[in-house]
Design a binder for this molecule. Sequence first.
Ligand code: SF4
Length: 328
Amino acid sequence: MSLLDIEDVSVDYRIGSGSLRAVDHVSLRVEQGEALGIVGESGCGKTSLGLAVPMLLPANASISSGSISLGGRELVGMSERELNQLRWTEVAFVFQGAMNALNPVQRVDRQILEAITAHDSHADREVAGARVLELLELVGIAAARAKSYPHEFSGGMRQRAMIAMALACRPSLLIADEPTTALDVISQAQILALLDSLRRSEGLSLMMISHDLSAIKRVCDRIVVMYAGVVVESGTTEEVLGRRGRPAAAQHPYTKALIAAHPDLGGARSLAQGLSGHPPDLSVPITGCRFADRCDSAMEICREQAPASLSVSPGHVAACHLARRLVP
Ligand code: SF4
C-alpha cells in the first residue's frame, strides 16, 4: 500500500458566478520513503493538488471528486478536528515563500517549540526544547543560533528553520511547494541537498512541487508533469528527464518543451528554447488535448479527442496521441 494515494481528484474554485477546475481527475501515489516531483508552469494545478492533501485549500476552493488516502486513512470528508491531529504529525507542508512566514518578533527556537507543544499539550518543555535544538542541527543550523530572530538569518537559513518546524512532529510525508524559489543558487543547492538527506536519514516521503526541472532531477525518484489541471506524463525521473548518462525519454510534447526550456549544465552546449502561447482558460469546457494550441505536432484528432494515458514502459505513462511504447 502506498503512503499517499490520490485517486481521481478534482479541485474546483468558485470565481464570481462561475467556477474553474484547477485539478481535473488527477491520480498519483507516493510510496514510503519516496520523493515525488510535481512539475508544470504556474497555474497548472500543482499547488492546488498539494494543498488538497492536508485539506488546506483556500475558502473558495473545494475537492469536487475523488479520494485522498494517507497511510490508509481517507482524508476527504474528515472532520476539521481529525485533520488538525493529522497535520504536522502525519503530513507537513512547507509553503511557497515559507521563509517569510516566520514570526518576525519571536525567536526561532520558540516558534519551533510552539509547533511541538501545539500538537502535544503534555510535552515536557525540557524534552521539547532539546528536540528543537536537535531539529535545528538536523537542518544545519547551529544550536548557538537558536535564539536568533528571523531577521538575523539569511534566506536559506530561514527556509531551513521552516523545514525544521515542518519536521517538528515527525510527519511521514512532507509536501514542499517551491522550496528553493527566491533563494540564491548556493542556498538552493544546500536546501535540495538537505531535503535529499532528510528523506534518507528520517525515512521521510517527499512531495516536491516545483517549476524547476533541475531541482526535481536532483531530489526526486519519480516525476509527475501537470498541464492545465491534468497529468500529461509520469514516470521515473531517470527515464523521463534523463540522468546519469541516460538520455531523456519524455514522450509528451509539453514535457519535451519543458526540458528544452531548461539549460542543461552537464550536457552538450545548446540554446534553451522558450515555449510560446498560454495554457487554456480552465473556466470553460475544453475539447480535445489541452496542449493542442501550443503543440507543434498537433493533428486534427488532437482538437477533437482528449488523449488517453498510454503506458509507454513499466511505470511510465504519457497522455498524447503520439505516445508510443518504448522498445526496451
Ligand atoms: Fe500535441 Fe496532439 Fe499530443 Fe496533444 S495529443 S500533445 S496536441 S500531439
